[in-house]
Ligand binder design. Structure first.
Ligand SMILES: Cc1cc2nc3c(=O)[nH]c(=O)nc-3n(C[C@H](O)[C@H](O)[C@H](O)COP(=O)(O)O)c2cc1C
Length: 233
């Protein structure tokens, strides 16, 4: 009799543990629903990227400078489209992108922040999914140690990396590779800014957790660069 009671208790404990494990989100899994797969998310279509410009790569390299003060002029949807495409746009039928990626595993995500909210760049259909319509720029500025460029820029791009996407193949090299990739993507954005006559600064001084909280992004999306962008004042 006692053995039966013990067996039932053990069964209840194991069953409830399994049910709890199945229901609750696991620490390594983002609670965040990938925006591209969520039907409820408001999608903002972007114009097709323009592939011909008036500025050569050499001129863009020569003219790029960190710019931290901007006019009040807004960034147009066309400019936003060019900048996101430069960061991580898809450039061929196989899904390869503007920036190189170790093993083509693409660990980076790009978020766009402005006064109207926070948006996630969907590389596959070159669109934005709105995460929130709250203006988080002041919180993002605080997360970036009060750097005023984050507050005053009409657009801030945030590049994040998910180490696990790359670690699945490259193990301990993943962290290095993801950081290198963020550099590629950021430089693409900075050169596109130079080509469009916009000013930008790549910011690395920020509190990771506060950036994640300000944007409302998942815990495994590691913020790597915050890039305020605007018209040069
Ligand atoms: C990894 C990295 C982190 C940076 N972080 C900041 C930053 O937090 N704030 C800032 O104003 N500039 C930042 N910068 C920009 C540098 O200050 C700037 O590149 C440097 O002064 C050289 O000027 P230039 O970009 O105009 O050539 C960063 C640059 C790099 C590469």
């Amino acid at each position: 009799m006692r053995r039966a009671v013990v067996a039932i208790l053990v069964f209840i404990i194991i069953a409830s543990t399994l049910v709890t494990w199945a229901i609750l989100p696991h620490e390594s899994e983002p609670v965040f629903m990938p925006l591209s797969r969520s039907a409820a998310v408001e999608v903002v279509a972007l114009p097709k990227p323009v592939l011909k410009g008036n500025v050569s790569v050499e001129e863009a390299l020569q003219n790029r400078r960190s710019v931290r003060e901007y006019t009040d002029a807004a960034i147009s949807l066309g400019e936003l489209s060019q900048l996101l495409w430069a960061a991580q746009g898809v450039t061929n039928a196989q899904g390869f992108r503007t920036a190189p990626s170790a093993g083509a595993l693409y660990p980076l995500d790009v978020y766009a922040v402005n006064a109207t909210g926070v948006y996630h760049y969907n590389t596959q259909n070159h669109s934005l999914g709105r995460i929130t319509s709250t203006n988080v720029q002041e919180n993002l500025t605080k997360a970036a140690l009060g750097q005023s460029a984050v507050r005053t820029a009409p657009l801030v791009l945030v590049i994040t990396g998910v180490y696990e996407r790359t670690a699945a193949k490259y193990g301990d090299r993943a962290e290095r590779y993801v950081h290198l990739e963020a550099g590629h993507a950021a430089q693409n954005v900075l050169l596109e800014c130079a080509a469009l006559g916009l000013g930008a600064v790549p910011i690395g001084a920020f509190d990771d957790a506060r950036v994640q909280a300000a944007l409302g992004i998942p815990g495994d999306h590691q913020p790597l660069y915050v890039i305020p962008i605007g018209h040069i004042s």
